[in-house]
Design a protein around this ligand. Structure first.
Ligand SMILES: Nc1nc2c(c(=O)[nH]1)N[C@H]1C(S)=C(S)[C@@H](COP(=O)(O)O)O[C@H]1N2
Ligand SMILES: [Mo]
Length: 351
């Protein structure tokens, strides 16, 4: 078989690499928000673009192999080598994750490494393109044949991605229990025995239940505040906590439905968002209709929440990724708009 027949022309390879990296970045970031099965296509696209990159990268490296001899290395070429190594690393960690690999990097693991290497590619690539950019006009010759080659490549990617599930099952790897988000199962149904994941520096002292209160305010008809003992615990929600760092855990969460609290305060006509505020400054908002259905949990699988999991009160937001499940809540604020500062707060709270 002559591989060259299936290989796009050099310029088309470069633009294919660029498109694959763009797709991988876009879909990679978008996976942060995939919490329901109807968004599974985002991960599918990410994986298919990954296969395309796996095929194109060797073609590119083969073409430029002679430029990186020891005596021809300039600063720019070293940058190109770093880019190639980083891209290969991101691909290897991604594929390894799919087939159940693990790495112990202190507080981080294989999935974090994949995300870190992946996020490094776009800046390195842009830098590389500053020196090595060529206009797309030169691609158009032989364009139709290249388009066919790419269609074949994408189809092969989709097929391989389709086959990895059965392959994982057959080999019985640790990748076999992945959710469609890519996360792997941990401690489902086992009360507080699932991973504690907090963002950067969010590490408050344990809450004194006697001093803690929950206040509900903002665009409400009357503010209210609750001691822990006054919070009803008759609501129950079966929901999966799916952290973007690559694990998920399903539990029965007990506590109070947010709608019940909002019925007690009333809300005014402009009320559109409900913000959940942690004692650490971490906060997140949900549209009011969705928020009403969410649960503020005091218990998990009938155990009182542990400190690490947000005692005394944490948000359970079914279909939302873990980072939105605010822990150590002490305030609920109803508002007309969502606060944009919460995008910063989730990164810097606790610092
Ligand atoms: N206040 C606060 N809430 C938080 C976080 C945090 O750092 N601070 N981390 C979030 C993230 S990223 C996840 S995945 C879940 C993890 O919940 P767990 O530690 O109970 O597993 O909590 C979320 N809620
Ligand atoms: Mo998370």
């Amino acid at each position: 078989m002559n591989v060259r027949r299936f290989t796009p022309s050099p310029r088309a390879v470069d633009w294919g690499l660029f498109a694959a990296v763009g797709t991988l970045l876009g879909t990679g970031v978008a996976t942060m928000f995939t919490g329901t099965p109807d968004t599974a296509w985002v991960i599918d696209l990410h994986a298919i673009a990954g296969v395309v990159l796996v095929c194109l990268l060797p073609v590119k490296l083969w073409r430029v192999r002679r430029r990186v001899g020891p005596d021809s290395l300039t600063g720019r070429r070293i940058l190109s080598v770093v880019l190639a190594v980083d891209a290969a690393g991101a691909l290897v960690t991604g594929v390894w994750w799919i087939f159940g690999g693990s790495l112990d990097l202190g507080p981080w693991g294989l999935f974090h490494l994949h995300v870190a290497l992946g996020l490094l590619i776009p800046p390195l690539l842009l830098w590389h393109l500053r020196y090595r950019y060529h206009s797309p006009r030169t691609v158009t010759r032989g364009g139709r044949r290249d388009a066919l080659r790419y269609a074949g490549l994408v189809a092969a990617g989709a097929l391989l991605w389709r086959l990895q599930g059965p392959a994982n099952d057959l080999l019985d790897t640790a990748g076999a229990d992945r959710r469609y988000t890519g996360s792997r199962e941990e401690g489902t149904g086992e009360g507080n025995r699932f991973p504690v994941t907090s963002w950067v520096a969010d590490d408050p002292a344990p809450v004194d239940a006697g001093e803690w209160t929950l206040t509900v305010g903002g665009r409400v008809e009357r503010d209210r505040s609750y001691a822990l003992a006054d919070i009803p615990t008759d609501a129950s929600e079966d929901a999966v906590l799916d952290c973007t760092s690559g694990w998920y855990s399903g539990h029965e969460w007990q506590g109070v439905r947010v709608g019940e609290l909002l019925d007690a305060t009333g809300t005014d006509d402009a009320a559109a968002w409900v913000q959940f505020r942690s004692m650490t400054g971490y906060r997140w908002s949900l549209p009011i209709e969705e928020a009403r259905d969410a649960v503020l949990a005091t218990h998990v699988d009938d155990e009182r929440l542990s400190h690490g999991h947000g005692f005394p009160l944490r948000l359970v937001a079914p279909g939302r990724r873990g980072f939105q499940w605010v822990k150590w809540i002490e305030e609920i604020r109803v508002d007309k708009r969502r606060e944009l500062g919460e995008w910063i707060a989730i990164f810097v709270s606790g610092l």
